[in-house]
Design a protein around this ligand. Structure first.
Ligand SMILES: [Fe+2]
Length: 473
């Protein structure tokens, strides 16, 4: 029986958060009696959803302290509410925010790229890295013409493969050095953007890229980098990371650093008009995965969560329309292009988690498309995360307009809706990918070693990934 009058017990045995009619309140229990912590009713909703720990000093000096997740062991206590005899302290993740990239999101902005690059003082001798999938489209010529019209010299390289190799980034870097480039521009999907982003760093740090895997491992400032995404999934235009495949080792590596943030991101939604619907679907589901993982991972923060919720709302509503007719539906194109960049901003300042740990492990080993893998894995992996992601998924459900009461029901309803979305976009099941179970141990090992694995809401080790893979069939 809940009461708002604190019991007289000196110590409270447990504390937690309770949801009722969309409101979260904290409670403490002692001797079988439950007390609603009065101060908690004034907390903003994101605190209740994200708070990792509660400490309440009751009127008799009793303390209720309950860790709601492993984050409670971390270094923060967010705020103090109440006063006098009662004091409630709740832990919320500390956060910092960084995004030095200047971002233009505008239909037609590829045609005015030269002026934008000039305005950003990014450089004048450009190595332009172009996704070979754009060969039959007007975008490479339109971008190159705009750069040249602004007085830049342009050296074009379109030798990029899906899941770009470390050797490709090194080759591009050598080309930039030999040609005297002072700027790298990339046009394409995540593969072109990541290869070029790494090349901009390697151009001034001529070493094997595997030696620079990790964060801030290079010493010289990278060349300025301008990113022009032509899919609705990568997010690379607003992040500091490049993911490359070390083909010799059959694994992916990440290189990142503050200097690798693009100087400028030019997001032209019209570029989606020539993207095959299948790729709109796969890359759009990658963007949805970025948003969902940003919101559910341990590194989530209040700002990234707000962005993730907005991206989820846009993608759930507009992605089917964008896939149905990318050439004709300009509003849907604009919505998913915006959502993709916003989702990139979210995970770039939070993290990704188990879905990406698995998809990068599988992609590195078997060279399967990143967006497709995330689309296939998103719902089953999130279901495996259970209660650890429930409250965050409930927040996404609300953002998507799913009005289910209670965190558990809302989380289930959200996953059901994403499953229906994927089904409507002809995303296959995991078993349809035909991955030989003999690969499972290597995939599980790589997933557990992924730099984002510590951000998983539910602690995942190699054994947990093996079990998850076995359950996927
Ligand atoms: Fe991704």
């Amino acid at each position: 029986m809940a009461s708002t009058s604190p019991p007289a017990a000196a110590w409270f045995s447990t504390a937690g958060w309770r949801e009722k009619e969309g409101h979260h309140t904290a409670f403490a229990t002692a001797g079988g009696a439950t007390t609603i912590i009065p101060e908690s009713t004034h907390l903003p909703p994101y605190v209740a959803r994200k708070a990792a720990a509660i400490e309440w000093v009751g009127p008799a000096g009793g303390v209720a302290c309950q860790a709601l997740s492993e984050r409670a062991a971390q270094r923060y206590w967010g705020a103090v509410e109440g006063g006098g005899q009662h004091r409630l302290r709740y832990g919320v993740p500390t956060m910092s925010w960084r995004l030095p990239t200047r971002i233009e999101i505008q239909p037609g902005c590829l045609a005015t790229a030269g002026a934008s690059v000039r305005a950003a003082a990014a450089g004048s001798k450009a190595l332009l890295v172009v996704d070979p999938g754009l060969a039959a489209t007007p975008w490479p010529d339109r971008l190159a013409a705009s750069l040249r019209a602004a007085g830049l010299t342009v050296d074009i390289d379109d030798g990029i493969e899906p899941n770009p190799r470390t050797t490709t980034a090194e080759r591009l870097a050598a080309r930039a050095r030999e040609g005297g480039a002072d700027l790298v521009v990339a046009l394409g999907g995540g593969s072109a953007l990541d290869a070029a982003k790494a090349a901009a760093m390697l151009a001034t740090n001529p070493r094997p890229v595997v030696e620079l895997a990790g964060a801030e491992r290079y010493s010289e400032a990278p060349l300025p980098f301008v990113a022009c995404p032509t899919t609705c999934g990568t997010g690379s235009e607003v992040t500091w990371v490049a993911v490359l495949t070390d083909a010799a080792a059959g694994r992916k590596i990440s290189v990142k650093g503050h200097g690798m943030f693009p100087r400028l991101a030019l997001v032209d939604p019209d570029a989606l008009s020539t993207l095959p619907p299948r790729l709109v679907a796969w890359t759009g589901m990658d963007a949805l995965t970025h948003a969902v993982e940003a919101a559910t991972c341990r590194a989530a923060n209040p700002v990234s969560t707000v962005l993730a919720e907005r991206a989820v709302e846009l993608l759930m509503r507009e992605l089917p329309r964008a896939v149905a007719d990318p050439a004709a539906d300009a509003p849907a194109r604009s919505a998913v292009a915006l959502a993709s960049t916003v989702a990139g901003m979210a995970f770039g300042n939070a993290d990704v988690a188990a879905v990406h740990c698995l998809s990068e492990a599988i992609g590195g080993l078997l060279d399967l498309p990143h967006g497709l893998l995330n689309a296939v894995l998103l719902v089953p992996v999130l279901r495996s995360q259970g209660e650890a992601v429930e409250a965050s998924l409930a927040g996404l459900a609300r953002a998507a307009g799913i009005g289910e009461a209670g965190s558990h029901g809302a989380a289930e309803a959200f996953l059901d809706r994403v499953e229906a979305l994927a089904g409507g976009l002809a995303i296959p099941s995991f078993s349809a990918l035909g991955i030989d179970p003999a690969h499972h141990p290597a995939i599980a090992r790589e997933a557990a070693a992924n730099g984002s694995n510590p951000s998983c809401a539910r602690t995942m080790d190699e054994a947990a990934y093996r079990e998850l893979l076995a359950s996927l069939g």
